[in-house]
Design a protein around this ligand. Structure first.
Ligand code: 5GP
Length: 203
């Protein structure tokens, strides 16, 4: 059976990742959104088990020791990780999985899965990013500055990604459309269909 593909969506906080991912999921395509574990506190209307599974540092470290994580990283002092159970069973069933994770996590995924598709989502400019983070108004100045510094570091990984999408103000749907196109193109890559010649002759 054809396996699902892992799509990694990364980008600085304020790039619109969650919105793009939510709209993609609403389309009812063959995608599972991998719900990460994190030790950070819920923000705004976030729900446990929907946006993240919010757990303690001890619980997270026990999970690391058990090998529960496909990848994990620390981001502004908190743990974030993709449980193996959010990924492997879906891929095996032919369902694509979308991971919304940071650059360190993306590099771990690339190492484990050569067919993973890495997509970086970016705002039009650094100035726009800063404005968006301040407008969100959910975090302290200290956290905002940490996220901005982090955004600079993340751009260092630009050329390690397969694709980048620019999320201009008011153009979210265009980003979602481009992501759908990327998924279609990937589905038709020969390397993602190794069994096709065999099936072709035996149908
Ligand atoms: P936020 O606190 O804004 O929700 O997320 C902070 C950063 O952690 C974002 O870049 C987000 O994509 C990333 N992140 C979320 N879940 C995971 C995960 O499971 N693994 C890794 N490596 N990063 C994650």
């Amino acid at each position: 059976m054809k396996k699902g593909t892992v799509f990694v969506l990364s980008g600085p906080a304020g790039s619109g990742k969650s919105t793009v991912r939510e709209r993609l999921m609403q389309k009812g395509l063959n995608f599972h959104y991998s719900i990460s574990d994190t030790t950070r506190k819920p923000r705004g209307a976030e729900q446990n088990g929907v946006d993240y599974r919010f757990i303690t540092k001890d619980e997270f470290e026990e999970g690391i020791a058990r090998g529960d994580y496909y990848e994990y990283a620390q981001y502004t002092g908190e743990y974030y990780g993709t449980p193996v159970s959010q990924l492997i069973p879906y891929i095996e069933r032919g369902v694509n999985v979308i991971l919304e994770i940071d650059v360190a996590g993306a590099m771990q995924v690339r190492k484990r899965d050569k067919n993973a598709v890495l997509v970086m989502l970016l705002p039009p400019s650094y100035a726009v990013l800063e404005q968006r983070l301040r407008d969100r108004g959910t975090e302290s100045e200290e956290k905002i500055l940490k996220r901005l510094t982090r955004a600079r570091d993340e751009l260092e990984y630009f050329d390690k990604y397969d694709y980048f999408l620019q999320n201009d103000d008011g153009k979210i749907d265009e980003c979602v459309r481009q992501l759908e196109i990327i998924a279609e193109v990937e589905a038709n890559k020969t390397k993602n269909n190794p069994d096709f010649p065999n099936e072709f002759f035996n149908k």
